[in-house]
Design a protein around this ligand. Structure first.
Ligand code: FMN
Length: 175
């Protein structure tokens, strides 16, 4: 499979089999996050992995959707905001960018393993901080589901679900 084939195969799955995800596969997707690039190599991330019924039932409180409660594995991706690189010129903290790259590594590695994922950012942020006693310098950035999918991906969908290349790329000058 080429990289582009893999990228087109990834999709946001919201229908999962109850089949558990093997531990070695969970470790593999986490390894993909570990090797992700980050600004100034600060690696300002922490991942909380929920696999056990007790912790999962707590994790399901972060986001109220019935489909979410079917996920056998939930990963909470957090930023150590105070560890991230900050650009001097405008004080821009790069934690969000770094986390997005690491999370996307997870989604693509999962796809290669025939696993499904769904990014979730519309979760209850304050509740999440309370549920897991997150320290003040830790910001929950996104939740990711990890599961065997019940639904299928259609790689052709990118032909109509994405903007056209000419609408997003300008060559040599912005306008
Ligand atoms: C940063 C980010 C946040 C997202 N948050 C949610 C979310 O809270 N709930 C949800 O169901 N999907 C969420 N999604 C999934 C997007 O809706 C989905 O990626 C987009 O519609 C494109 O579809 P695809 O992932 O199947 O290609 C999120 C995706 C990204 C990248």
């Amino acid at each position: 499979m080429t990289f582009l084939e893999l990228a087109k195969l990834r999709f946001s799955s919201r229908k999962y089999k109850s089949q558990p995800v093997e531990n070695e596969k969970i470790l593999k997707v986490l390894e993909a996050a570990r090797v992700a690039p980050s600004a100034s190599n600060k690696q300002p991330w922490k991942f909380v992995v929920f696999t056990q019924p007790e912790s999962l039932s707590k994790a399901y409180q972060m986001y109220h959707r019935e489909w979410f409660k079917q996920a056998p594995v939930v990963i909470l991706a957090c930023a150590e905001v105070d560890k991230a690189w900050v650009r001097a010129e405008d004080n821009k903290n790069h934690a969000d960018i770094d986390l997005a790259i690491a999370i996307d590594h997870i989604t693509l590695q999962a796809t290669e393993l025939n696993l499904a994922t769904c990014w979730i950012c519309n979760f209850y942020v304050e509740k999440t901080k309370q549920l897991f006693n997150l320290p003040a310098h830790i910001e929950p950035i996104a939740i990711l589901t990890l599961a065997y999918p019940e639904d299928n991906s259609n790689p052709e969908r990118h032909n109509f679900q994405r903007k056209k290349l000419e609408d997003i790329v300008n060559w040599e000058t912005f306008n």
